[in-house]
Design a protein around this ligand. Structure first.
Ligand code: C5P
Length: 418
């Protein structure tokens, strides 16, 4: 499973004979789903060429602090900001000493200093005597007190022939510990498909039928699923919202277009969250020229659009599907009906129209309240920002998804109201 999907790892390679092992580490970090950028110290370049890391990471390697071109592109501050974690592997005794002193005399040290709240993980690799030396041990204790995550070292035979502690930790162990830093027990390595926004049904080249959906709820859910470690594909109707970070977005206009794209994307998805306000009908024919105003009645013949959620569930029965229900009355009854009629796992229901005024209104608003229903349980999520609600919803979806669809609902009793 890709335990580091979408995570940005800044790998610092320092001057240790174990630098060659960092090449394999880059490959494995990418296999685990991470994006990797490499910063090398001058010492590291004596052991391995930057070209090796450039080829393996797929990104240019960063080498110099006082380089105007590099600083104009992605300088030390941007590099630190870009990272979700800074990993130093291998970390030499000298680099560890410089780290404890807060030096900024080369690019890697400066990036670590500029990292602020970005977690810093250090995997030491050095001769066993250098590791055992009280100076190194004091430095490492100091780093631990500063919440630096210490990965290893391993014990065993060393390149110099000595035996003892000081070997670089194996890549699998480094990756497993890094993965624990991010959203434990969530949607790591899963693919989540989200639909959002309204659809537009063309009448003629300049007119269309649509609704008031702003897409905010769906975009917040896409962002929350990404934060929870998932690869996210967001299929968006026409909205004026910026794409969430690290989410693959596909824009569509009409319900038929959304239908085709979603059925295609569902093939590789684990979870489908359908927040789009899909138009139920479309004009039977769209005029190819702009309709002219005339002094007589105009009738539009309408055809029903396919129910995208129901079709997806029918075609991919194993896909975990979440539907939305916007109702003006009998919220719980309609939500339960939808659960059964569409054969889906979860319904997120909310009030719209006059009934929604008490909860601040749903369409276009930054706040909402949701009531979740599944077979045998429900959970009311109180009014909150759409971003906060989205995180709660994704948590509940992850718990149900990870709990397995075949397990009894009693496993998830803590989610229900009683
Ligand atoms: O049946 P109703 O339209 O109330 O169901 C709403 C749910 O179904 C939402 O999750 C919406 O995204 C989805 N839907 C759909 N295709 C339609 C209509 C609704 O996927 N044509």
């Amino acid at each position: 499973m890709q335990v580091l999907t979408n995570k940005r790892i800044l790998l610092g390679v320092t001057g240790s004979i174990a630098a060659y092992k960092a090449a394999d580490l880059v490959r494995r970090l990418r296999e685990a789903g991470a994006e990797v950028r490499v910063v090398m110290t001058r010492g590291a370049t004596e052991f391995v060429t930057p070209m090796t890391f450039q080829a393996l990471s797929g990104n240019p390697v960063h080498l110099h602090l006082l380089d105007t071109d590099a600083e104009a592109g992605m300088g030390h501050i941007e590099l630190a900001r870009w990272a979700d974690v800074i990993l130093i592997a291998p970390a030499s005794a000298d680099f560890i000493a410089r780290l404890t002193r807060g030096r900024a005399d080369d690019l890697l040290a400066a990036v670590c200093l500029a990292g602020g709240k970005v977690p810093l993980a250090v995997a030491p690799a050095m001769n066993a005597q250098m590791w055992a030396n009280e100076a190194t041990q004091e430095n490492v204790r100091l780093l631990s007190r500063r919440s630096v995550l210490l990965l290893g070292p391993d014990e065993g035979e060393q390149a110099c022939g000595d035996v003892g502690a000081g070997r670089l930790l194996a890549p699998e162990a480094i990756i497993a510990q890094l993965a624990q830093l991010f959203a434990p027990g969530s949607l790591s390595g899963r693919t989540v498909l989200v639909s959002a926004g309204p659809t537009r049904e063309a009448i003629d080249p300049v007119r269309y039928l649509s609704n008031h959906s702003s897409g905010k709820m769906g975009f917040s859910i896409a962002a929350a699923a990404q934060e929870a470690g998932a690869k996210v594909i967001l299929v968006a109707g026409p909205v004026s919202l910026a794409s969430p970070d690290r989410v693959e977005r596909i824009d569509v206009i009409s319900a038929m277009e959304m239908h085709d794209v979603i059925l295609q994307q569902a093939k590789t998805a684990d979870i489908f969250i359908s927040t789009a306000a899909v138009a139920d009908y479309r004009p039977a024919e769209a005029w190819s020229e702009k309709l002219k105003k005339e002094d007589r009645e105009l009738s539009l013949k309408m055809l029903p659009n396919p129910d995208i959620l129901a079709s997806v569930k029918k075609k991919f029965p194993r896909l975990f599907c979440v539907g939305f229900a916007a109702e003006t009355q009998d919220l719980a009854d309609y939500a339960q009906q939808k659960l059964h009629k569409k054969g889906i796992e979860l319904v997120a229901a909310n009030w719209v129209g006059p009934a929604a005024e008490a909860t601040g209104g749903a369409f276009g608003s930054d706040e909402n309240a949701l009531h979740l229903f599944w077979r045998g349980g429900d959970l009311a999520l109180e009014q909150a920002s759409k971003a906060k609600l989205a995180r709660r919803l994704v948590e509940v979806v992850a718990q149900h998804f990870n709990g397995g669809q075949n397990k009894s609902v009693s496993n998830i009793h803590f989610l229900s109201k009683e």
